[in-house]
Design a protein around this ligand. Structure first.
Ligand SMILES: [Zn+2]
Length: 103
């Protein structure tokens, strides 16, 4: 397991986010907020950088949880914007984690 993913997992744990790897997901990862509790589910088949990138992306949703409503989004543009913001957030998160400044 890479240092980066270990730091991301430590960050998730520190923030109270439960991370689980599950088989057979129909998406690479999910972030779920339910009743004040937070969960990230990652497809168990992912390896290496893809797994790290998916975890960072889902943590990006966690960071933005107060901005995103997590209501089911029917509007494709709104969904794409939400995903783009999670990607931007994950890139910043990975930069800080690589430098050892966060996590
Ligand atoms: Zn996403």
């Amino acid at each position: 397991m890479s240092v980066i993913i270990k730091r991301l997992l430590a960050l998730a744990e520190k923030r109270g986010v439960c991370v689980a790897e599950l088989p057979g997901l129909d998406n690479a990862g999910y972030f779920v907020a339910n009743d004040g509790r937070f969960f990230i589910f990652i497809d168990r088949s992912l390896r290496g950088y893809k797994k790290t990138a998916v975890l960072a992306h889902e943590l990006g949703h966690f960071v933005r949880r107060r901005i995103d409503t997590f209501a089911v989004v029917q509007d494709c543009d709104m969904h794409r914007e939400r995903e783009d913001m999670a990607d931007r957030c994950s890139r910043r998160l990975l930069m800080f984690v690589r430098k050892g400044l966060w996590g």
